[in-house]
Design a protein around this ligand. Structure first.
Ligand SMILES: Cc1cc2nc3c(=O)[nH]c(=O)nc-3n(C[C@H](O)[C@H](O)[C@H](O)COP(=O)(O)OP(=O)(O)OC[C@H]3O[C@@H](n4cnc5c(N)ncnc54)[C@H](O)[C@@H]3O)c2cc1C
Length: 410
């Protein structure tokens, strides 16, 4: 593990800090300090600022509109943005830029890259992720949504579920079964499907928090061009797994910064509520502090490997399991500190269902109750805790593989 940066890297950090100082309003505290109606306006104009500066896709080659930054520069940019409490893009960019864009750079044809990458960056196309189905979540290879060729088009029938930001998207990258007779991982293709067509219906799902960030998506004779298959027909499993590597690997740099800021806010809450001297609360806060420190070192280990040229492999499962299980515990402590107020939603709720509330968020009961509820989802999305433990057991510790049902029962 290499916990320090070179002088050259620190000089780049100063450049990013100068960019943030120039572009952000004075007395900026982070997006958490904005009211909801101010937030969407800020995110839209911030996205445009990043687009113009070439910072929306910092790692992409310049020819595709990226900044062509080195791995070290990308990490520093992500760290400084997280510290400043600003997003790296709009609500669909995690799907369009981080997941699909990086996957197209790896697997896309020249035509797909030339057509889609500039449209993702300009915001002309807004993407969401169509992987999960009612019978295909952890066992993603079980996808049942069918795609059949009809002349120059694929015709799709079936359903996706838990599609985050699907109501804000106009395209969905879709895992579809294109050969029902092949063994299950071999008959899947990765298709690029426009959503603004009669064959696609998006139905929001109401979450326990009262918000609707994810959706069901129904395909009834929906269509996409024959050539909009990425990585070859029936080769979608390999493409899908590359994309998941991009989904799971990004938070090593930014996660510890966000969790540190959240814990500082919890220390303030304990002081405000007069329980900072309670020995049992102090013991639990100290436990949280030790977990966030360890998370930081885990992040540094991942970053050291990334900077040496390795893509996140199975060890991304350690970080995912660690932060998501920690987050359930720290948010339970927050509700205990709030006491009876933890039953009453007051103030501004978190702006997103993912991870911590945004930096700068008020110490309101709505923020902590919302984050407590969202933390339950953290151990499910991007691979549940049980699945992360299986990956760690089988692929890192070399334990025997979990038993599979006999072939006839699958
Ligand atoms: C907030 C949120 C956002 C999401 N966004 C998206 C999105 O944008 N696009 C998308 O495609 N999907 C999305 N998902 C879906 C997510 O990927 C799935 O929920 C996840 O993969 C788990 O699948 P499942 O819900 O079908 O649960 P299941 O796979 O049915 O699992 C049920 C339970 O069984 C356990 N289990 C399953 N298999 C095993 C095993 N082999 N060994 C031990 N235990 C096992 C699981 O850990 C879990 O506890 C999102 C989910 C959430 C919560």
């Amino acid at each position: 593990m290499q916990p320090t940066y070179t002088a050259e890297a620190e000089a780049y950090r100063e450049k990013v800090q100068a960019f943030l100082a120039e572009k952000l309003p004075t007395n900026w505290k982070g997006t958490g300090a904005l009211e909801h109606d101010e937030l969407s306006e800020f995110v839209a104009s911030w996205r445009q600022t990043l687009y113009e500066a070439g910072y929306l896709a910092p790692g992409w080659p310049v020819e595709y509109g990226g900044a062509g930054l080195t791995a070290t520069e990308q990490v520093i940019l992500a760290e400084e943005f997280a510290r400043a409490g600003v997003p790296t893009g709009g609500p669909n960019d995690v799907f369009g830029i981080q997941m699909l864009g990086n996957t197209l750079l790896m697997w896309g044809s020249d035509e797909q890259k030339a057509h889609y990458l500039p449209r993702i960056l300009s915001g002309a196309d807004r993407w969401c992720q169509g992987y999960s189905e009612p019978n295909a979540g952890s066992d993603l290879g079980n996808v049942g949504l069918r795609a059949e060729l009809d002349g120059d088009e694929w015709v799709l029938n079936g359903q996706k579920i838990w599609t985050s930001a699907g109501h804000l998207a106009d395209h969905i990258f879709t895992l579809a079964r294109t050969d029902p007779d092949a063994p299950k991982h071999k008959g899947i293709s990765f298709l690029l499907v426009p959503m603004e067509q009669p064959g696609i219906e998006v139905r929001p799902i109401k979450m326990i928090s009262g918000e609707s960030e994810f959706n069901e998506v129904f395909y009834t004779d929906a269509r996409c061009p024959k050539d909009d298959v990425v990585g070859g027909v029936n080769n979608g499993w390999a493409v899908a797994m590359s994309l998941l590597g991009f989904e799971r690997g990004e938070s090593a740099a930014t996660g510890p910064i966000r969790f540190e800021a959240e814990l500082d806010r919890l220390f303030d809450l304990a002081r405000e509520r007069g329980v900072a001297d309670d020995p049992l609360i102090r013991q639990r806060l100290a436990w949280c502090y030790s977990k966030v420190r360890i998370m930081k070192f885990l992040g540094m280990r991942t970053l050291t490997k990334f900077l040496a040229g390795h893509h996140p492999g199975p060890d991304a499962a350690i970080s995912k399991l660690y932060w998501s299980e920690y987050h359930k515990v720290v948010t339970e402590l927050a509700l205990d500190i709030l006491g009876a107020d933890g039953q009453q939603i007051d103030g501004r709720p978190p702006a997103s269902a993912f991870n911590t509330d945004d930096p700068g968020a008020p110490n309101s009961s709505a923020s902590w109750i919302g984050t407590f509820l969202n933390a339950r989802a953290g151990t499910i999305y991007a691979g549940s805790s049980q699945i992360q433990r299986n990956i760690i057991g089988e692929m890192i510790l070399g334990l025997p593989k979990e038993p599979k049902p006999p072939a006839g029962d699958r």
